[in-house]
Ligand binder design. Structure first.
Ligand SMILES: [Cu+2]
Length: 117
C-alpha cells in the first residue's frame, strides 16, 4: 500500500515537473540560422528566439521514422509542412510580431515554441 502511494506521488511529481517546471533551454537564432533535430520525442532545440520584424529561415532535420513526426504545424502562421526523413528541410518564417508561436507535429507529441522579441 505504501509503495503504491509512493509510486503515485512520484508520478505526480514527474507530471508536475514535466508540464510546469521543465523549461528547455532557449536558443537564439542569429544570422547562421538554426537546425532543429526531430528525434526521440523532442525537437532539439525546442525553444528558439528570433528577432521581430524580419523573415527568418529555420531548418529541420527529422531523424524519427514515425509518420506523425513528419508533419510540422505552426498554426498561428498557417504553416503546415512535411519534414523528409534525414534530409534538411528549410521552413521560411514571415516577419512576425513579438509573441510566442507554438509548433508541433500532427498529434502534438513533438512540441516547440518560437519566441519573437
Ligand atoms: Cu507526433
Amino acid at each position: 500500500m505504501i509503495i503504491i502511494n509512493l509510486v503515485g506521488l512520484l508520478l505526480i511529481g514527474l507530471i508536475v515537473w514535466w508540464f510546469w517546471l521543465y523549461k528547455p533551454e532557449e536558443t537564439e537564432v542569429g544570422e547562421k540560422g538554426v537546425v532543429i533535430t526531430v528525434e526521440n520525442g523532442t525537437y532539439s532545440p525546442s525553444r528558439i528566439t528570433i528577432p521581430s520584424g524580419s523573415p527568418v529561415a529555420i531548418q529541420f532535420l527529422r531523424k524519427d521514422p514515425s509518420p506523425c513526426s513528419e508533419s510540422l504545424l505552426i498554426p498561428d502562421l498557417q504553416i503546415s509542412d512535411s519534414l523528409p526523413q534525414n534530409t534538411l528541410k528549410t521552413i521560411y518564417l514571415p516577419a512576425m510580431k513579438p509573441g510566442n508561436y507554438e509548433f508541433h507535429c500532427q498529434m502534438q507529441m513533438y512540441r516547440g515554441q518560437i519566441t519573437v522579441q
